[in-house]
Design a binder for this molecule. Structure first.
Ligand SMILES: NC(=O)c1ccc[n+]([C@@H]2O[C@H](COP(=O)([O-])OP(=O)(O)OC[C@H]3O[C@@H](n4cnc5c(N)ncnc54)[C@H](OP(=O)(O)O)[C@@H]3O)[C@@H](O)[C@H]2O)c1
Length: 246
């Protein structure tokens, strides 16, 4: 991504993993950023890397005041060109532990909806050109027996962004969308798990920044996962439901 003087982005879920690296990547390219998440200490530590260009808000996307806090952050920054949503939660949950399923739905469906809606409303009200980019997952490709709420909420995110993209065009708004769908990435999210084909956070964030710059609408990361998802989609439903994927 080219150096972008005066460009402003909010990164939701900037306290760790891919969100944190995206925030650092944007900073390195000259952006002013607003960073948010629940862990204030992590946000303040990140702010120290460039105090004059980093604005901080502690936000829990599942709380009712989250959209209002996002709007305050945007106003404090003097506007927003990019809203980047990385916040997410998920666990393997074959036991259907309701605490896990409910937290997943609250974070990835309810929280996701109210935050991307708040970003959309900002661009709509200001008639400002902007981009909403989100990290969903390849998990939305099919229902996954090992992670029911996670796979279902990631599919929800795909569909929600598609709907907002259509709505923006219906209203003649200059809002663009990027849906980033990585495979397994070695972050805290999957720490201790022995999943195959793990990608490094640095390489994935390199793809993410480049895909945003190119204005891609949807991107599965990386090519091996593009092939895997291609074959998953070819399977008839009866065959998919007989597969044991853990
Ligand atoms: N790692 C993978 O294998 C993988 C693969 C595909 C997609 N993804 C997706 O990538 C995204 C980022 O995950 P990651 O791998 O970078 O893991 P991570 O390091 O665990 O990051 C998760 C981020 O979400 C934030 N978050 C969680 N609940 C939140 C809440 N209620 N309110 C606000 N922020 C919240 C966390 O911040 P706080 O805890 O400070 O709130 C943290 O910054 C997630 O949406 C995940 O589903 C991950």
């Amino acid at each position: 991504m080219h150096t972008s003087i005066n460009k402003r982005a909010v990164v939701m879920g900037a306290t760790s993993g891919m969100g944190r690296l995206v925030a650092l990547g944007l900073l390195g390219r000259g952006w002013t950023i607003g960073i948010a998440g629940r862990r204030t200490d992590e946000l303040l530590a990140l702010q120290q890397t460039a105090p004059e260009r980093v604005y901080v808000r502690t936000i829990d996307v599942t709380h009712d005041d989250a959209p209002q806090l996002l709007r305050q952050l945007i106003d404090e920054m003097g506007g927003m060109d990019l809203y980047f949503h990385s916040s997410g939660f998920g666990r393997q949950n074959t036991e259907l532990d309701s605490a896990i399923e409910n937290s997943t739905v609250m974070t990835n469906a309810f929280g996701f909806t109210q935050m991307v809606d708040a970003a959309f409303q900002y661009f709509r009200q200001t008639r400002r050109r902007g981009r909403i980019a989100v990290i969903s997952s390849i998990a939305g490709t099919k229902g996954l027996g090992a992670a029911p709420a996670y796979s279902a909420t990631k599919r929800f995110q795909w569909t929600y962004i598609e709907a907002l993209a259509q709505l923006a065009r219906m209203e003649g708004l200059d809002i663009r969308f990027t849906d980033l769908r990585p495979g397994f990435v070695r972050t805290d999210f999957i720490v201790g798990k022995n999943y195959p084909m793990q990608l490094t956070p640095g390489s994935v964030v390199g793809h993410i920044l480049s895909d945003i710059e190119k204005g891609r609408r949807v991107r599965t990361i990386d090519w091996r996962y593009r092939m895997l998802c291609f074959f998953w989609r070819l399977l008839p439903q009866w065959a998919w439901e007989r597969m044991k994927i853990r």
